[in-house]
Write a protein that binds this ligand. Structure first.
Ligand code: UDX
Length: 439
């Protein structure tokens, strides 16, 4: 199978490398010449565990190539995936589809024999219809089918998620397209991942509904966490207690500082816009966005509460800045509004993140970056765990206490047991568990 992947961002590069690993012939195309030049040198523009190895192996095997030119590969491909960005449009929260439509027009001009054009980017319902219209307008003679194949991979676990999906969703009514997509994913459904064929609009909405549901689950447990703190209950036991009910499920019930990242915030905003346009508002999702927004600044007030409400003259050390571990991605990270809110409350900020500091520099001002967790903790009045990187899970608490000016840990990811931290003489605050004064 010959595949062209348009866009070498997160989804495009991971999907392209994984398809090549299945044995398909893949060419990843991107207009950004610097990116393609870097990929030719073997440099991966994003941090994703194992992706460098997967790319290198498949380049060496001759199955994966890169180009800035779309025309030739498209004319020779059985399938062309569109995996370009769909950022939130400034001002109105709608998804910006200009990159998708530009790609569709360019693909149209170069189609030869029967080709399936498949959108992998997260696109609002009806985008597939518009992509098809644009292609047929630009090239009325083209033998083409347009399908939707949303991607459900998570950053930091992208390759695993791609190769062991819970399901594959493919939206198209065209029989030839269904056969071709089934062939592309054959290695996966041999592993028993169900391929679910649906209409195109249904596939597009499945992606938004899935992300909105997961964002709702997180936001729900975050509100229950706040209540648990007030009534003296433990949110982790509550999550387990409800999650063991199969109808609810244990995953995505970790209380924390609120969700961030490149997908949930943008996709929930785009879904409410679409729903409003069609006069079928999704009020639950509207509430999720509002609650999640407030939460990030509320986490700063939680830190300030330890010091009577003000952080004037205090130094706060943050461990973790990225929106989740195993990524360098700072997009919509809760740490961004958290830092601003802490600064508004008077705090001086120090921070350490294993991968995210370079990106953080362009998002945050007046932060001093440190070389490791202990340097970060040095002379701080409070240590706030923002992202649950593995390396923060077993810190030397005695050493931390010696480094800090004041022994306070605010653990926004609940990665410590309260008694072990207070046992070392810290005041320990976490999420959805009663606050623990030092013993
Ligand atoms: C998400 C979806 O999981 C994936 O299917 C989709 O394709 C893209 O969006 P991603 O953004 O990479 O993936 O990260 P994810 O692991 O889902 O986490 C998103 C955010 O939710 C993070 O900020 C994370 O910290 C937060 N989260 C997640 C919680 O606060 N609690 C949880 O229980 C789970």
């Amino acid at each position: 199978m010959r595949i062209t992947m348009v866009g070498t961002g997160y989804v495009g590069l991971v999907s392209g490398a994984c398809f090549a690993d299945f044995g398909h012939q893949v060419i990843c195309v991107d207009k950004n010449a610097d990116k393609i030049a870097a990929l030719h040198r073997g440099e991966i523009p994003i941090f994703e565990p194992d992706l460098d190895r997967l790319v290198a192996t498949n380049v060496r095997a001759g199955r994966l190539t890169f180009s800035t030119e779309l025309a030739d590969p498209v004319s020779k491909s059985d399938a062309v995936f569109i995996a370009v960005g769909t950022p939130s449009r400034r001002g109105d929260g709608h998804a910006d589809l200009s990159y998708v439509y530009a790609a569709a027009r360019e693909i149209a001009a170069n189609l030869k024999d029967f080709t399936v054009v498949i959108t992998k980017s997260t696109v609002p319902v009806g985008t597939g219809d518009e992509v098809e219209r644009l292609i047929r307008e630009a090239n009325p003679a083209a033998d083409v089918a347009v399908a939707s194949n949303p991607e459900f991979l998570r950053e930091g676990a992208a390759i695993r998620d791609f190769k062991h999906p819970d399901r594959i969703v493919a939206g198209t009514d065209d029989e030839r397209a269904r056969k071709l997509i089934a062939e592309i994913y054959r290695p996966l459904y041999l592993n028993r991942a169900p391929v679910m064929f649906t209409g195109r609009r249904t596939a597009e909405l499945i992606k938004y509904a899935a992300n909105a549901f997961l964002a709702t689950k997180i936001t729900f447990i975050n509100e229950i966490a706040d209540l648990a703190e007030k009534v003296g209950a433990d949110v982790q036991e509550i999550a387990r207690g409800i999650g063991l009910d199969n109808r609810i499920g244990t995953k995505f019930l970790h209380a924390g500082p609120g969700f961030g990242g490149s997908c949930f915030p943008k996709d929930t905003r785009a879904l409410i816009k679409t729903a409003q346009d069609y006069e079928a508002p999704v009020r639950i999702v509207e509430a999720v966005i509002a609650v999640n927004e407030n939460r990030k600044r509320a986490m700063a007030r939680k830190v300030a509460a330890v010091f009577g409400g003000s952080l004037r003259g205090k130094t706060v050390a943050l461990l973790g800045l990225t929106f989740k571990p195993n990524t360098d991605d700072m997009r919509e990270s809760p740490s961004i509004p958290l830092v601003t809110a802490l600064q508004d409350l008077g705090a001086t900020i120090k921070a350490y993140d294993p991968e995210g500091m370079e990106q953080a520099r362009s998002e945050l001002s007046d932060v001093s970056y440190c070389d490791g967790p202990y340097e970060c903790a040095k002379d701080a009045d409070a240590l706030v765990i923002v992202t649950e990187w593995e390396q923060f899970r077993a810190l030397d608490l005695a050493r931390l206490k010696r480094e800090m000016a004041c022994p306070v840990i605010v653990d926004l990811r609940n990665i410590y047991r309260p008694d072990e931290v207070t046992g070392h003489g810290f005041q320990y605050e976490s999420v959805g568990r009663r606050s623990q004064p030092h013993m």
